[in-house]
Design a protein around this ligand. Sequence first.
Ligand SMILES: Nc1ncnc2c1ncn2[C@@H]1O[C@H](COP(=O)(O)OP(=O)(O)OP(=O)(O)O)[C@@H](O)[C@H]1O
Ligand SMILES: [Mg+2]
Length: 450
Amino acid sequence: MARNPKVIIIDQDPSARAETQRMLALSGFAVMGAAGYGMEAMTLARETEPEVVVVSLEEPIARSLQTVESVADVLPQVPIIAYSSISDPSYIRRAMQVGVKDYLVAPLEEEELGRSINGVLAQEERRQQRLTGEVEAQSCGTVVTIFGAKGGIGKTTIATNLATALVQKTGQSVALVDLDTRFGDVAILMDMPTDRSISDLALPDEEIDRDAVQSCLYTHGTGVAILPAPIRPSEWHSIHPGHIEKVVAVLAATHDYVLLDTPGAFNDIVSRALEMCTILLLTATPDLAALKDTILALEMLRSWSFPSEKVKIVINHTSDAQGDARVDIRRVLGKEVFWSIPYDRSISQVTQLGMPIVAAKPKAKASQSFVEMAYAIGGIRSRPKGMLERLGDHIPLLGRPQGGPEAVPEVAAEGVPEPATEAPARSATEAPARSATEAPARSATEEWTR
Ligand SMILES: Nc1ncnc2c1ncn2[C@@H]1O[C@H](COP(=O)(O)OP(=O)(O)OP(=O)(O)O)[C@@H](O)[C@H]1O
Ligand SMILES: [Mg+2]
């Protein structure tokens, strides 16, 4: 992609045009010129041969759409981005039909505009590569990175249980990669050997193929394929982010899901795990210190222009005392909570068995929460019902004891996605009395910022 992509602006309003020009220049784009609709726009497009056209779509909409269509005829390869005060879906659809690649609703913001331009340019570049056969058939496994701003907040617990729930409930293949560069403990939690590990894949790029990766994978009794971390943290020195990228790409070509567990500290490996993910489970506990660090994490992601739709907030109640905080997590983080996992002391108990709780105690409230989360990540909106539940749809009194919100209030309160209007801290206030098994989160914030 060009370092200073060439852009032209088409806007009928001179002052709006100047403002857009200012924003683009500040974001480092080379503004080649600005024009109004009609012939003026066509001439500018022909003369400047831009890489992106930014066009205002305002009333009379027929005229601005006609301009877009004509510009698209002159510059068929060049992406067009529209901005408009009109947010009516029928107009947006119409704009897309005439060739607009992205549609930004006013007020236009510098950051959003920059992201949009870079996004359409990347798409165009990829389209060109496809046409010239430069793009290899892509892996289509979903990469889920489990990340958090602290240690001890349940990332590995989530990774192992989510992996198990995905395999067992969706029937799809799952690989779990331990990227904890300090003390990777996926293998311990799953009671697996670590004779081979990801450090055996510190190979030249062309040697990291399916066979090599397969030879380092262990299949757990639950069906999850595990790529352990090396036992000694020093072995990570031989692994660089390029290795991780290749290993994950190979796994994503052979598995439906690739889960990446990360440490409670930040480094280049974690950075690559974030770049590569389809979904980022940004994990936090509901205490103020963890939330403060999560705000910093969100700010860091924003400064990288990390796509916000990838970020899913997961609140894990690793302690039964965290409910005391009574914070409105959604308001504090400025983002919806995707999932809330209840405190469940059986989690620590089953850790001794080397089995994720989902497999060892499927009826535990945390297990049910992980299973529902797996369905949500799998995009399964209505999970398959058992026979009694199905009968219960017809005979209500029969159905209730077997499942559904009435039968398992803790899960219903904690384990479903939070509706837009509700305070996610609600579940925290309902936690039971304090237990001796809780594990306090360790702060890693100082290691964290780049
Ligand atoms: N929902 C929960 N209820 C009760 N205990 C939990 C819950 N989630 C995690 N724990 C416990 O919290 C502790 C820390 O969990 P875990 O090791 O998964 O955290 P982590 O974020 O991976 O830590 P690290 O950053 O050190 O890798 C463990 O003892 C685990 O059993
Ligand atoms: Mg961990």
